[in-house]
Design a protein around this ligand. Structure first.
Ligand code: GDP
Length: 133
């Protein structure tokens, strides 16, 4: 069993599709270990995405991620990290495969509906960021 960190981003929460995304999470065989509605402060979004500090889109990304509520979820299943990335689809919704969450619900490369950890070390760090226990 493996764990990963998922976020239902503010664009999805504003569109009232938390339920649709959680339906998909459950249908794909993930167990929700922990889950919480959060409104990230700008400083928290900056820290969470610190790896992108030098990118031209960093300020916009921080503003977006702190613009409203998100849902953070600790997910568990076999091969959870890779599997959740597959269910999300590519970063840019226009390039994401049909049926993936980002293709279905993403608006732009920034407002792309959901987040998922990309590797074991980042998953551990991101889980620790939101779920202190
Ligand atoms: P992810 O692992 O697929 O989420 O992609 P990255 O780690 O590369 O980027 C993190 C987040 O930054 C993405 O999910 C988007 O919300 C945002 N992002 C990535 N690339 C761009 C970009 O070129 N422009 C803008 N505005 N946002 C981006």
């Amino acid at each position: 069993m493996e764990r990963t960190l998922a976020i239902i981003k503010p664009d999805s929460v504003k569109k009232n599709i938390i339920g649709k995304i959680i339906d998909r999470i459950e249908a794909e065989g993930f167990r929700i270990v922990e889950m919480r509605l959060v409104h990230l402060k700008a400083e928290e979004a900056m820290n969470f995405y610190a790896v992108h500090r030098e990118k031209p889109f960093y300020a916009d990304l921080v503003a977006f991620m702190s613009s409203g509520d998100s849902v953070v979820l600790l997910l568990e299943r076999e091969n959870a990290i890779v599997r959740w990335r597959e269910v999300m689809g590519a970063t840019d919704p226009a390039k994401a495969a049909p049926g993936t969450l980002r293709r279905l619900y993403g608006f732009s490369i920034e407002r792309n509906a959901v987040h998922g950890s990309d590797a074991r070390d980042t998953a551990a760090a991101e889980i620790g960021f939101f779920f202190k226990s």
